[in-house]
Design a protein around this ligand. Structure first.
Ligand code: SF4
Ligand code: F3S
Length: 108
């Protein structure tokens, strides 16, 4: 089991999540953060910190979505740098916050 960052993070990147992670397993890309599933200890403390409600338990996703987001988090966490300090959200984060299906906008 792991927690995963999902669609709602795209174009927002509030980064409140990184401050509370006890094992520093968030990785930063241009407009999305990824959790390294091999490092996440399933504590769940990051979940309520995200204003966009983008972090979910792997097991709470439908099966096809689970595989999809697990692959994205794993792959991007391996290629992006670690992030442990909160920074400003993306400029239009509040505009994008409640928009669904932003996956095509994900920048790798
Ligand atoms: Fe970090 Fe815990 Fe969130 Fe996993 S569930 S990313 S260990 S804060
Ligand atoms: Fe993304 Fe939420 Fe963290 S928007 S950067 S998962 S606080």
């Amino acid at each position: 089991m792991t927690y995963l960052v999902t669609d709602n993070c795209i174009q927002c990147k509030y980064t409140d999540c990184v401050e509370v992670c006890p094992v520093d397993c968030f990785y930063e890309g241009p407009n999305f953060l990824a959790i390294n599933p091999d490092e996440c200890i399933d504590c769940g403390v990051c979940v309520p910190e995200c204003p966009a409600e983008a972090i979910v338990a792997e097991e709470d996703l439908p099966k096809d979505q689970r595989v999809f987001w697990l692959d994205i988090n794993q792959r991007l966490a391996e290629k992006w740098p670690n992030i442990t300090k909160r920074k400003d959200a993306l400029p239009d984060a509040d505009t994008w916050k409640d928009k669904p299906n932003k996956i095509d906008l994900l920048k790798e």
